[in-house]
Each structure stands twice: as structure tokens, then as C-alpha cells.
Design a protein around this ligand. Sequence first.
Ligand code: HEC
Length: 118
Amino acid sequence: MQMAQFFRVFVAAGVIGGAFVALAEAKSGWAPDPETGRALLAENCASCHAIDATGTSPIPEAVAFHEISERYPVQALEEALAEGIMVGHDGVPQMPEFRFDAIQIGDIVAYLESIQAE
Ligand code: HEC
């Protein structure tokens, strides 16, 4: 997939995703927990992606998560995560499909926001 096309999908997704997580928050009084988010990434993504605030990915082509905001807004990840990872993994045969619920996504996004370089 072309980068520009991918970016548009993500931005569109983020607008919807924000509402989605806000709904989960309103329903349950839940607040995002970055520690849980990190654990989910450790379990599902760490075999290929660097998931900490520093470091390089085990698979060099896989974006280090602390650099994700250099590519697109972290918020835009929400809906893509909900839809099942991942628009951006077209053509990555070893990349499995993931599905997370709204709570898990809120946690993941909170964690990702906490490790962005800037
Ligand atoms: C089996 C290896 C593997 C796993 C597991 C994996 N990824 Fe990836 N991921 C990749 C590779 C390789 C790329 C680079 C592909 C590309 O740029 O097209 C990538 C790219 C990405 C991108 C950037 C896409 C882009 O075009 O900028 C995001 C975001 C991403 N992965 C999120 C995740 C998340 C979140 C998880 C866990 C839920 C995950 N990945 C699990 C291999 C993996």
C-alpha cells in the first residue's frame, strides 16, 4: 500500500476510533491504563516491533513504536486496532491479524502516547 493512501485510512479511522474509546470510558468509568497497554503489545507485537521508549525492532522493517508518531497521529491507531490489525500490514505475510476491544485499545493508545519521542 502507498504511504499516502495508508495515512488517509488511518486519519479517517482515528476520528471514528476516538468516539469509540470515549464511549467505553463513559460507560464504565474506566480510565486508560498504559501498563496494560504495554503488556498487550509485549504479548502480540514485540516479536517484530520495538515496544519500549527506545530501541530498534527485532524485524528492521517493522516500525519501532516510539517512532510511530513520526508517521501518523497515535490517536489514528485506535480504529485500525479495533478493525483488526492492520491496514498497514498488507504484504507482510508473517503479520497476523489482531483484534482488540475498546478497553484494550484505549490502554494501548495511552501507552503509545507515553513513549513517543517528542
Ligand atoms: C510477525 C511480525 C509482526 C508482528 C507480530 C506485528 N507486526 Fe506490525 N509490522 C511488521 C512489519 C514487517 C511491518 C512493516 C510493514 C510495512 O511497512 O508495510 C509492520 C508495520 C507496522 C505498522 C506501521 C505500518 C505502516 O505502514 O507505517 C504498525 C502501526 C504496526 N506494524 C503495528 C503493529 C501492532 C500494533 C502489532 C501488535 C498488535 C504488530 N504490528 C505486530 C511486522 C509485525
